[in-house]
Design a protein around this ligand. Structure first.
Ligand code: PEP
Ligand code: MN
Length: 263
């Protein structure tokens, strides 16, 4: 239904295109937008390293209601400031449909997180607005579940959907947070024209495993990557253990440029 083989995303730095026959696109930034200084610093560093998009959560879907829930609207204002300062495109998550409009004012791509992948009323509403959508795979979603979730957005009139693999539930949480299912790359290619993003940060939960899985994803043919980067991972309010420092991200980007798709 109305599939786009690539998604064209207008940003202050021009159109960024995510698709099979396009250069690799990299989304980087912290799990959560914590304060102005850290988001601007991270934005500048990931841009200098070659990322095209800044990610950062304003509304956070946390397992525990007592964990940091995100700064909400004030974080959206900080993302707008980072966009203004760097020209990077912005990707941030929507959890609840009343927030769509204010998120769409700041975001160049709206993320639907793993936990909302089958929130069908949210999918219908996000499909009825114009901003491209990044649809993360639910942690126990089959490929069919995932494609049908994408179909809700397409059927509602928005053809610009990117599919993001972020790891599925694993029986062995001792060594990895999730099992990053890189086999989705060839499977999705055979089933859909929608562009593919791989998120090795949530996929492994450990920063030390991220570079290897980022390289594996490129070798496997991904169109784009999402990587969590934090200026001080040990102090991060969410997902510190899986976040790269800006220096490590910069060296990873240099390593990535030697394999597969040009960065
Ligand atoms: C995130 O991107 O920070 C996030 C919460 O991702 P997921 O929905 O994949 O857990
Ligand atoms: Mn995160």
């Amino acid at each position: 239904h109305g599939e786009a083989s690539e998604v064209v995303i207008p940003t202050p730095n021009g159109n960024i295109i995510i698709g099979e026959h396009r250069p690799l696109v990299v989304v980087a930034g912290p799990c959560s937008v914590e304060n102005e200084e850290m988001i601007i610093e991270t934005a500048r560093r990931v841009k200098a390293a070659g990322a095209q998009f800044l990610r950062g959560g304003a509304y956070k879907p946390r397992t525990s209601p007592y964990a940091f829930q995100g700064h909400g609207e004030s974080a959206l204002a900080l993302l707008a400031a980072a966009r203004e300062a760097t020209g990077l495109g912005i990707i941030t998550e929507v959890m609840d449909s009343p927030d769509i409009d204010k998120i769409a004012e700041v975001a160049d791509v709206i993320q639907v997180g793993a936990r909302n992948m089958q929130n069908f009323s949210l999918l219908k509403k996000i499909g009825a607005q114009d901003k491209p959508v990044l649809l993360k795979r639910g942690m126990a979603a089959t490929i069919e579940d995932w494609l049908m979730a994408a179909e809700y957005i397409l059927a509602a009139g928005n053809p610009n959907v990117i599919l993001c693999e972020r790891g599925i539930r694993t029986f062995d949480r001792q060594y990895a947070r999730n099992t990053l299912d890189l086999s989705v790359i060839p499977v999705l290619r055979s089933l859909t024209h929608l562009p593919i993003m791989i998120d090795p940060s949530h996929g492994t939960g450990r920063s030390e495993y991220v570079p290897s899985m980022a390289m594996a994803a490129i070798a496997g043919g991904t169109d784009s990557l999402m990587i969590e980067v934090h200026p001080n991972p040990a102090k991060a309010l969410s997902d510190g253990p899986q976040s790269l420092t800006p220096d490590r991200f910069d060296s990873l980007m240099k390593e990535l440029s030697v394999i597969g798709k040009a960065v």
